[in-house]
Design a protein around this ligand. Structure first.
Ligand code: PLP
Length: 408
């Protein structure tokens, strides 16, 4: 276990390597999903994978049941049920002031995961570069490799004080752009850091995209999960970006339905046509009745979204003191529902040993920091916790983490 884009080929060489695509040699299974399996194996509290352990809103469960009752049980239109596309277009207008044509610019996919890989497959040629900020959500590395592109990483640096902001260096970002750059993948609010990109930072990225004729692929799945008065800005709203942006979002996080697998990509017509072709042959379509429930979800009132953010703020402020008491240095997230921590006070050789100890001996599952970096040593003193859990679950974790304090 290191990270999802290690290139250790020695083990697979012995195991019928000639049957396998060269591409799969360049990444491993997801470390995040592996940690969930470990949590189950050891009966640990799972603060590893980002899925809620509480229920979804009653209205949308009811809408899903009603759709199945109405026999919405066959393939939807491949690029998405009209009701859901209309709702997405309407809400992009309400939330971000972006005008979207639901007939020509939206592709509904099996989660934003599929929206991302379908987009990359639709836009990348072999030899293209894709710029990715690191630490990164682990899918982006393998997604780039699968689409034939070469990921180029730009560092987000942690704040000196836990309460500060993760930042990147303008010079380093500029150096990552050249004639081979096809796209930049942006994720704001960010997993794993909780960073919410500011307008100034987005303008800097915009200027480079325009100068080098690069596409922005922006994963905005945590759009509504914001703290401390931060505002989410969609890069597509910046002048010059609408025609060069693919905006990805989905139901998983906003409506606590990560298992439903409904997400979408919004892009100009030409790019959408390409994404739709890839999506059709990859999956045909997202679950039809759950798309109908998606239309109902996107019709929830504004208070719903304020409630989501506030409930996660309470959970963040519940978990961070417990982690700090146990000896972690926490980087306070401004958005999303993870807290990245520094584990150096525990004096472990590395994050992987640390999370193994944590899951087996302490009874809490977390994700090793190295899984978010190209070079595992960069994350060797970091560990990520998810707080999209019931307060009882966070309390149970806090109680177990007290045993750690004795070690520091
Ligand atoms: C940044 C980011 N993008 C995408 C996903 C997956 O989203 P979906 O369930 O819509 O595929 C996650 C899940 O943790 C995530 O953190």
């Amino acid at each position: 276990m290191a990270n999802a884009i290690s290139s250790d080929t020695s083990r697979s060489a012995a195991r019928g390597k000639h049957f396998l695509s060269d591409k799969v040699e360049h990444f491993t299974e997801s470390v995040i999903r592996e940690m969930t399996r470990q949590a189950m194996l050891y009966g640990a509290v799972n603060l590893a994978q980002g899925f809620p352990d509480f229920g979804a809103p009653e209205e949308i469960k009811q809408a899903a049941r009603a759709a199945i009752e109405r026999d919405v049980n066959q393939y939807a239109i491949t690029w998405g049920a009209k009701t859901l596309r209309n709702a997405i277009a309407r809400q992009m207008g309400v939330w971000q002031g972006i005008a979207v044509d639901p007939e020509k610019e939206i592709t509904v996919c099996c989660g934003s995961t599929e929206a991302m890989i379908s987009t990359l497959l639709a836009v990348c040629n072999a030899g293209d570069d894709v710029v990715i900020f690191e630490p990164f959500y682990e899918n982006y590395g393998p997604d780039s490799v699968l689409s034939g592109a070469r990921p180029r990483f730009v560092k987000l640096r942690p704040p000196a004080q836990g309460n500060g902001e993760w930042t990147f260096e303008e010079k380093e970002l500029r150096q990552a752009f050249d004639k081979h750059t096809k796209a930049i993948i942006l994720n704001t609010p960010n997993n794993p850091t909780g960073k919410v990109f500011t307008r100034t930072e987005l303008e800097l990225i915009r200027d480079l995209c325009v100068e080098f004729d690069v596409l922005a692929i922006t994963d905005e799945i945590y759009e509504h999960i914001l703290y401390d008065g931060t505002k989410h800005i969609s890069i597509a709203t910046l002048e010059g970006m609408r025609e060069r942006t693919v905006t990805i979002n989905g139901m998983s996080k906003t409506y606590s339905v990560t298992g439903w697998r409904v997400g979408w990509a919004v892009a100009p017509e030409k790019i959408t046509n390409a994404i739709r072709k890839v999506h059709d042959f990859l999956t045909v379509g997202a679950p039809a009745p759950l798309q109908e429930a998606g239309a109902a979800a996107l019709s929830l009132p504004a208070e719903y979204y304020a409630g989501v953010a506030e409930n996660y703020r309470v959970r963040r402020d519940h978990l961070i003191p417990a982690l700090e008491t146990a000896g972690f240095k926490c980087f306070r997230p401004r958005g999303a529902y993870y807290v990245m921590t520094d584990i150096s006070s525990f004096r472990f050789a590395g994050d992987v040993q640390f999370v193994n100890y944590l899951v087996k001996e302490i009874g809490v599952a977390a994700v090793p920091g190295s899984s978010f970096y190209r070079d595992p040593p960069d994350g060797a003193q970091q560990v990520r916790f998810a707080f999209c859990k019931k307060l009882e679950t966070l309390d149970a974790a806090a109680q177990k983490l007290e045993k750690l304090r004795l070690r520091t």
